[in-house]
Design a protein around this ligand. Structure first.
Ligand code: CTP
Length: 440
């Protein structure tokens, strides 16, 4: 496999600008006498022919920061951030960014090595990676452009065997987030685990290796899983392989949640948060996360939120769910005629995300039907008069304005008034009543 040249693949599947940039970086690498490579997920996606994006991971056999600074100076870009030692983000004009990392080698350092791309430091770098399918690299040096380096059989695992295989038996110990990454990749590509890899993964779970990982890192992996186009299969595996339980004892996601996930996807347009300009899919991970929490009792829910160091919005959503369960669900599931104003009053204090979740969770019931009515028909209802209009009708600033507006909205929702004139008439009457009430 070592001599496969994938230049044609690069040319046909990479964005033209990305390709041009890689060639320029390759020329620079030649001048500096170092090896340079595209690595990791981009190579995997390229071989698999799934939309390789514009964001590239490049490894150089020298200090990544220095290489990136030189490239930025030459190409007119900038180096945005040094994420960790030896790594820099090169941002180039016309969009696109490249992560430039130092080939990490514990064995030997060869400053000023010749630009011959032979198994050397890059090989050391690649053998530290998570799975064979992520351990391939492609040379970008001008004299050797497009050569696929595949020291671990990643190409065959990816294109023939369809498996996830670790490179070393210590892989999950070295970085337990790979447990979650493995589950995500297996589901995304419809791959199985190579038997020894599965054994090592399950062993790492049983040995509680995840307990050493920070909440942020675990949360980050879960968010990535929930952002997959088909998030249920990996979530189901997290549950059935005891991975959730290893994260927080007692955290379980039963099989019924699958149907909630499906309904969330179906309703995706309606469950976006209420901030304009955000796309629904981008935020549905919170709704799905809520679906993973809801079957648990409050103690486990809170333990999960604490363990994952959940942010304010996720916590607010969990609180909203508790409030819905405690105060609202009974009202809106009652088998009685419900005034639209009552429905509005019951649901207007909840976020779109919470309502989206509840609608999916209680699909096919009166609860979902009424939430649907609220979201589609009532939530946008507004009075035509404003607070300012009421003041010009003689209603003094203060709580009276709010009271009258609420009454107007209620009357509008229940259909007893329809036009602006109706509102003026009702407001005037209400103002008079308030006034008389104050006098008496
Ligand atoms: N990697 C690793 N172990 C990790 C994380 C990352 O070995 N815990 C390596 C892999 O070689 C991986 C590369 O770093 O391909 C880049 O990681 P990342 O950008 O997180 O993921 P991708 O593999 O690019 O996949 P995707 O962005 O599609 O999730």
């Amino acid at each position: 496999m070592h001599d496969t040249n994938v230049t044609t693949l690069l040319e046909s599947r990479l964005h033209a600008k990305a390709l041009e940039l890689l060639r320029k970086l390759g020329e620079l690498a030649d001048e500096r006498g170092v090896g340079a490579y595209v690595v990791g997920g981009v190579v995997r996606d390229l071989v698999l022919d799934v939309g390789a994006g514009f964001d590239l991971d490049v490894v150089v056999e020298e200090r990544g920061e220095e290489f990136a600074e030189t490239a930025a100076a030459r190409l007119g870009g900038s180096v945005k951030a040094h994420t960790r030692f030896g790594t820099a983000i090169l941002v180039v004009p016309g969009g696109g960014k490249v992560d430039v990392a130092t080939a990490r080698s514990e064995v030997y350092e060869r400053p000023g090595a010749l630009p011959v791309v032979t198994p050397g430091p890059i090989a050391r770098d690649l053998e530290r990676r998570d799975f064979t399918i992520n351990s391939m690299a492609v040379t970008i040096n001008a004299g050797d452009f497009g050569r696929l380096l595949d020291f671990h059989g990643g190409h065959a695992d990816l294109t023939k065997r369809g498996i996830l295989r670790v490179l070393s038996e210590r892989s999950f110990e070295d970085d337990p987030t790979r447990i979650l990454r493995g589950v995500r990749f297996a589901a995304r590509f419809g791959f199985g685990f190579e038997p020894e890899t599965e054994r090592l993964l399950r062993q790492a779970v049983a040995e509680d290796r995840l307990s050493t990982v920070s909440g942020e890192r675990i949360a980050n992996e879960i968010v990535l899983i929930l952002g997959e186009p088909e998030p249920w299969p990996p979530v189901e595996r997290l549950a059935t392989w005891g991975i959730l339980d290893a994260i927080v004892a007692g955290w379980a996601v039963p099989p019924e949640v699958e149907a909630t996930f499906a309904e969330v996807a179906r309703l995706a347009d309606h469950v976006s948060d209420d901030e304009p300009g955000r796309r629904a899919e981008g935020e549905t991970w919170r709704v799905r996360f809520l679906a993973m929490l809801e079957p648990s009792d409050r103690g486990v829910r809170n333990a999960v939120l604490d363990r994952l160091n959940a942010g304010r919005r996720m916590r607010t959503l969990a609180l909203e769910l508790a409030r819905f369960e405690d105060e609202t669900r009974e009202i809106i599931s009652a088998d009685v005629r419900l005034q639209d104003s009552t429905l509005h009053r019951s649901l207007s204090g909840f976020s779109r995300e919470l309502l989206g979740f509840c609608r999916a969770r209680w699909r096919g019931t009166r609860v979902a039907e009424r939430i649907g009515r609220y979201v589609n028909e009532l939530a946008g209802t507004a009075t035509s008069l404003t607070g300012g209009d009421l003041e010009s009708l003689g209603i003094p600033q203060g709580p009276a304005v709010g009271k009258v507006l609420a009454k107007l909205l209620e009357a509008r929702l229940d259909g007893s008034i329809g036009s602006r004139e109706d509102e003026i008439e009702l407001a005037t009457r209400l103002a008079r009543e308030l006034d008389e009430g104050n006098k008496s």
